[in-house]
Ligand binder design. Sequence first.
Ligand code: SAH
Ligand code: DHB
Ligand code: MG
Length: 220
Amino acid sequence: MDQSTFSAVDAFIGETIAGEDEALRGAVEAAEEAGLPSIQVSPPQGKLLQLLVRLVGAKKILEFGTLGGYSAILMARALPEDGRLITLEAKPEYAEVARQSFERAGVGERVEVRVGPALEALPSLEGEAPFDLVFIDADKVNTPNYFAWALGNVNTGGLIIADNVVRDGSLADATAADDATKAQRRLHQMLADEDRVSATTIQTVGVKGYDGFLIARVEG
Ligand code: SAH
Ligand code: DHB
Ligand code: MG
């Protein structure tokens, strides 16, 4: 099995059950044109996020890492009419591309992009908590910090999802020198004796290579 197979299978899933519509393709194109890196969730992963939003009946979502708005559009579309999504982005120029794509996708009313380093946004976000779902997908070294914050700011029954925790399998390497990997190991160790959540990590292959996400349900 190799990367071309993983990509071909993602393409088939995209052609059959997890397709992109005009607005999503538009968001990808706008991001490409503006020179943003192409690191958004894949269509099958995005569809999973949508299903999870619906499964927990989320009304309030917080996302760390907007990029061009691809994952935010998918999640926002799964919200009820009165649902809200706040997404945090460090780079003003990325936030601007995302805002335009939110308008074109018809979710502009429901989605708010806040610009700046996510850690700095957290104190003021406490006034807007609790959230029903938090998707952590920004600077990977801070994933444990964002997760720790989310633990106190997500409703019982809500979800905390962290993307890119497996990192080509380096998650299992106790000698890994890379700070992003060390952070994902620390996150798992932190959750080993954390009874406020029930969590697991799922390894994934696909168009984005070999990675995985952690998903945690906040317990009462
Ligand atoms: N969730 C997006 C992908 C996000 S990529 C999607 O799937 O469509 C990660 C994003 O996090 C990038 O846009 C990057 O600029 C942003 N980012 C990096 N460090 C950040 C920080 N400290 N605070 C907020 N955003 C940050
Ligand atoms: C990167 C970030 C992501 O969120 C992702 O899913 C893949 C790659 C990155 O920063 O390289
Ligand atoms: Mg990611």
